[in-house]
Design a protein around this ligand. Structure first.
Ligand code: UT7
Length: 333
């Protein structure tokens, strides 16, 4: 089996900033409520002419540059998204076209906000078994196009952006401890709670799109916020601890926990259950909000580009979202 290593990261967020004050003008809310209940201060919104693959393209180019790799070096493109440009072709195929890549394969992975951990797991399998050598993996979302702007409980959470990693084979496993690379990734789902976080319209259940489906708000996100909050804290922290346990490492060994930026109180509750101090948890929720699958790689890219991770540091990446789906990955940088 091949070892798998992250050799480059990149990210992109659109220019337009939506502040809590902007949302106060839209719904019955306040900056104080949003900050204290979610941790979000502002978020980004894609321009009208930007779709998911456009955001992904900028993040991909930055990751390729950091990795010193060219498009010709790639065997595969994987995109994690729940907001593809179109349902067919996939966002990954649009991205492949924008990169001018005429070889290899490209496909999407959908695990909602946990998409980055699921996509990482998929990429790992291809590289470990020798089916692919170098993969561009991007998580990209235009969440603001799925938002019900009259639902004050959820419209305050979401933003747009993309984060990318270049994953590559790093030599055969030989039983010696891994110096750099992905140590373990665990993914989990429980479809019986699917209704708690969903975008009901647009699929085969409701198409063709009708006046009725639009007026019933079926094409915007719905969430049973407090319920999914409770389930998330338990399952998410367990996933992190199980992933550590699988490698014989402990919370004390972590340099950073880079969690999905869903809600600051959720992130704090997960850290508390893990007995992890918040000084080891990296946050970007205040400036970007919840960008679904893209929050983890955007945050990872910030940690890397600001020089806050050194070779050999242990990073935990983790996420929870619709499905329900959740997971965690341990990376030796
Ligand atoms: O990324 C995927 C994973 N994400 C999740 O699983 C989401 C998890 N859930 C959450 O982040 C939180 O549950 C929310 C942010 C969605 C909601 O926060 P909450 O603290 O759970 O609020 P709540 O729904 O329990 O509502 C508390 C109160 C209610 O008023 P009453 O009934 O106590 O009078 C709401 O009507 O806060 C009210 N409220 C608001 N007030 C001002 C709800 N939204 C707002 C708002 N501004 N935007």
């Amino acid at each position: 089996m091949q070892r798998v290593r992250i050799v480059g990261t990149g990210s992109y967020v659109p220019q337009e900033v939506i502040t809590n004050a902007d949302l106060e003008r839209l719904v019955d809310t306040s900056d104080e409520w949003i900050r204290s209940r979610t941790g979000v201060v502002e978020r980004r919104r894609a321009a009208k002419d930007q779709a998911t693959s456009d955001l992904a393209l900028d993040a991909a180019r930055a990751a390729l540059a950091m990795a010193g790799r060219a498009v010709n070096d790639l065997d595969m493109i994987v995109v994690a998204t729940i907001t593809p440009d179109t349902y067919c072709p996939s966002a990954a195929c649009w991205l492949q076209s924008k990169l001018g890549m005429t070889h290899g394969v490209a496909f999407d992975v959908n695990a909602a906000c946990a998409g980055f951990i699921f996509g990482l797991s998929v990429c790992e399998q291809f590289i470990k078994t020798g089916s692919a050598r170098t993969i561009l993996f991007v998580a990209s979302e235009v969440m603001t196009r799925t938002v019900n702007w009259s639902d004050r409980e959820s419209c305050i959470l979401w933003g747009d952006g993309a984060g990318a990693v270049i994953l590559t084979a790093d030599g055969e496993e030989d039983g010696s401890p891994l110096k750099h690379g992905i140590l373990a990734t665990n993914i989990y789902t429980d479809g019986t709670h699917g209704e708690k976080l969903q975008l009901p319209g647009g699929g085969s259940r409701t198409t063709p799109i009708s006046h009725e489906s639009v007026s019933a708000d079926l094409h915007t996100l719905r969430m049973e916020g407090p319920d999914s909050f409770k389930i998330a804290v338990r399952t998410w922290s367990t996933a992190c601890l199980e992933t550590l346990e699988a490698t014989g490492l402990s919370v004390a060994d972590l340099r950073w926990h880079i969690p999905h930026q869903a809600n600051l109180r959720m992130i704090e509750a997960v850290a508390k259950r893990m007995k992890l101090q918040m000084s080891k948890v990296y946050l970007t929720i205040h400036k970007y909000g919840n960008i679904s699958s893209a929050t983890v790689p955007i945050t990872l890219d910030e940690v890397v580009r600001t020089g806050q991770v050194a070779p050999g540091d242990l990073l935990m990446l983790s996420a929870f979202g619709g499905g329900l789906a959740w997971g965690a990955s341990l990376v030796r940088w």
